[in-house]
Design a binder for this molecule. Structure first.
Ligand code: HPA
Length: 234
């Protein structure tokens, strides 16, 4: 047990999928894993361990934002030995070429983030995905016929952003989309020698105002779970 995770030693798999929403963790575990069992519910942050094609997998909520994800990922890696961590979540698109429902595989994640700023100070560290996972996820998404974009994203500390100038610079520099967790996940994976990737469905478009209808969210989320599971064991 750790401060935020009630699982016993050995109850968390080396492969962990991380949706932001704990109820999505429950849905994904019950839908895609064999014999899923609840291994954490501290503060309502649900985690489940089961198996996929015979391989042990944990699906655990990360909460919203980098400070929340940082707590869970630190404990998953340092106390439970997680090795492969894949975020599955939504993002807002920033380029006209990216459409609602498309998948973005985040090759890099720019950030003004608070958790890592104290560590790197003046260094502009470049958080990046594990290449093997990225390549495998691109193959898995292609095999499913999911329109996929691979490139840089922005991990924001705010959902309700007050910096249109910063957004304009990111659009100008080809940033594909915005979410709130990947940069810290990539940084922690780098720090601890783990593999990480963020697989993101575009739920809304910052430039066009388009949004994914609620009835389509489950199918898009399912695509991400399958892409992440296939990439983890490729
Ligand atoms: N901003 C930050 N995170 C997000 C967004 C957004 O517009 N959409 C989905 N996740």
């Amino acid at each position: 047990m750790t401060i935020h995770i009630g699982a016993k030693p050995g109850e968390i798999a080396e492969t962990v999928l991380l949706p932001g929403d704990p109820r999505r963790a429950k849905w994904a575990a019950e839908t895609y894993l064999d014999n899923p069992r609840l291994i954490n519910d501290v503060r309502g942050m649900l985690g489940f361990t089961g198996s996929y094609k015979g391989q042990p997998v944990t699906i655990h909520g990360s909460g919203m934002g980098m400070p929340s994800l940082s707590i869970y990922v630190n404990e998953l890696i340092r106390d439970y030995g997680a090795q492969t961590l894949i975020r599955i979540g939504s993002c807002g698109a920033m380029q006209q070429s990216v459409r609602v429902r498309d998948v973005i595989l985040a090759m890099t994640a720019s950030t003004l983030s608070t958790p890592s700023r104290g560590v790197f100070r003046e260094l502009n560290f470049a958080p990046c995905a594990d290449y093997g996972l990225l390549r495998a996820a691109a193959g898995a998404a292609g095999a499913r016929g999911v329109t996929t974009h691979i490139g840089g994203i922005y991990s924001s500390d705010t959902f309700y952003d007050e910096r249109p100038d910063l957004q304009a610079q990111m659009v100008r520099h080809g940033v594909l989309g915005v979410e709130m967790e990947a940069a810290e996940l990539y940084t922690l994976a780098a720090r601890h020698g783990c593999r990480a990737l963020a697989v993101l469905t575009v739920s809304d478009h910052l430039e066009t105002g388009e949004a994914l209808p609620p009835q389509d969210r489950e199918r898009s989320f399912g695509d991400m779970v399958e892409i992440a599971l296939d990439a983890a064991f490729a």
